[in-house]
Design a protein around this ligand. Structure first.
Ligand code: ZN
Length: 457
């Protein structure tokens, strides 16, 4: 048995006790009554890192404090930033918890408590992983930085502000985040891409008041009909967005990625059955997983206009509107998509109405090349700890803080979730499998050793 395996074995009980200590702190970021608990949780994290001889700091913010720590530079080796959060979701409805949310309980091989998997258990794997390497090898093989925030569940506003002015301080070669799930119970995953988003509202204004559809219909441009036409003109029946320039910057899927996706144990019939549909449409020429993860899309999110009440009312509405979004893929710029949309709208706007476009949030997609040495190191570490090589997956949604890291630090972001999708995150009886907790610590330790083999020129 290697030093580190022996150490992990000898300390397994202590690791679990430490996680229980962390879980007993009711650090609910959304509830002002828990402000003292937030500070206590930050101090708890800071003390773990201080005991590893890292330089640590609790950074006050307008909201909850940030915990920052770093180790000395290791010449020739990369710098690795671990991000996570010590805050948790509220616990209501309390009556559905089998045991109290802040009294960690062992059940069916799990530790059950609020924050068990999201994200205290997963954050702690990266602290204990480094502790284990230090104890077994006597030194850290890379420069480590930790940035653990207390506002992830309420929007990360203070972290965004901090990163805007402290990019140099937290500069790194790769960011490690464990705040999610494996592909399935026994199949670990490396998530290497997120889609971006561009979100809009459109308002179509016609006559100065609702009109009688008998007296005026046919002689006046109908805003609701016009809205329907405009929305329908954005995408065709084959799932192609028709706005000129929309696909110009799209990063196409590589053959390797398409093979990876096709090899995943994804049950399409079950996927449709779960959401209660018998089939679907989407962009022609792409599989369901490709459509979800790696192709840009257009979706109407809400639509309104005219009479919505009981029975019939013969009205020609004065206005109509909709909210819609494009999911973007890596290399597409939300600003460019907004500009293309604005330029195209007059072409589809008939006389008799005015069209107003309101721009909401936008975020670009994120991608880490599969042949990045950091991804390869992570794959070896995960395989070592979980006993099988990870699958490479992407996520169809956006994670704003990941986008911020990617854009501000220009670093590869490794999303290594140790959880399971039935862990009840944000719900009663949140849990984290103890097997996964220990495998996560082992993976984290091996990851640091693997990353230490990467030579920086
Ligand atoms: Zn989380």
């Amino acid at each position: 048995m290697t030093h580190i395996d022996q150490y992990l074995k000898d300390n397994a009980d202590r690791f679990e006790e430490q996680l229980c200590d962390f879980l007993r702190i009711p650090s609910i970021s959304a509830d002002p009554a828990h402000k003292p608990d937030m500070l206590q949780a930050a101090q708890w994290v800071e003390s773990q890192l201080r005991h590893m001889d890292l330089t640590t700091e609790i950074i006050p913010t307008a909201g909850h404090p940030l915990v920052y720590a770093e180790s000395p530079e290791v010449p020739g080796a990369p710098t690795v930033l671990v991000y996570g959060h010590y805050d948790v979701q509220p616990v209501e409805p309390l009556e559905l918890w089998i045991t109290p949310p802040f009294e960690p309980a062992r059940r069916d091989g799990n530790l059950v408590a609020r924050g068990a998997t999201d994200d205290k258990g997963q954050v702690l794997t990266h602290i204990l992983g480094a502790q284990s390497v230090l104890a077994a090898d006597g030194r850290l093989p890379v420069r480590l930085k930790y940035l653990i925030e207390g506002e992830e569940e309420v929007g990360s506003a203070s972290l965004e502000t901090f990163l805007a002015t402290n990019a140099a301080r937290v500069a790194c070669d790769c960011v490690v985040i464990s705040d999610g799930c494996k592909f399935s119970r026994e199949i670990p995953a490396i998530n290497y891409g997120l889609r971006g988003i561009a979100y809009f509202e459109i308002r179509v204004q016609g006559p100065n008041r609702d009109l009688h559809s008998g007296s005026f219909g046919g002689s006046v441009t109908n805003p609701a009909t016009t809205l329907a036409r405009i929305l329908a003109a954005i995408v065709d029946r084959r799932g192609k967005v028709l706005i000129p320039g929309f696909y110009d910057d799209v990063l196409p899927l590589s053959e390797r990625e398409r093979r990876q996706f096709a090899a995943l144990p994804f049950d399409e019939a079950q996927y449709f059955a779960d959401i209660g549909v018998t089939g679907a449409t989407g962009e022609e020429g792409y599989t369901t997983l490709e459509r979800r993860w790696a192709r840009p899309t257009f979706d109407v999110c809400g639509i309104w206009g005219g009479y919505q009440g009981e029975g019939a009312k013969t009205v020609l509405p004065a206005k109509a509107g909709a909210k819609f979004s494009f999911r973007l893929v890596p290399n597409q710029s939300p600003a460019k998509i907004a500009a293309a949309l604005k330029q195209w709208l007059p072409d589809v706007t008939p006389p008799g109405v005015t069209v107003e476009l309101i721009e909401f949030h936008g975020a670009p997609g994120v991608i880490v090349p599969l042949d990045s040495p950091y991804v390869e190191a992570a794959a070896r570490a995960v395989e070592h700890a979980f006993g099988r090589s990870p699958v490479y997956s992407r996520e169809g949604g956006s994670i704003p803080i990941v986008t911020t890291f990617y854009e501000t630090l220009k670093a590869d972001v490794l999303l290594l979730g140790w959880g399971q999708d039935d862990d009840n995150t944000h719900s009663p009886n949140e849990k984290f499998s103890l097997v996964d907790f220990h495998r996560g610590i082992k993976a984290s330790a091996r990851l640091l050793q693997e990353l230490g083999q990467i030579h920086k020129g």
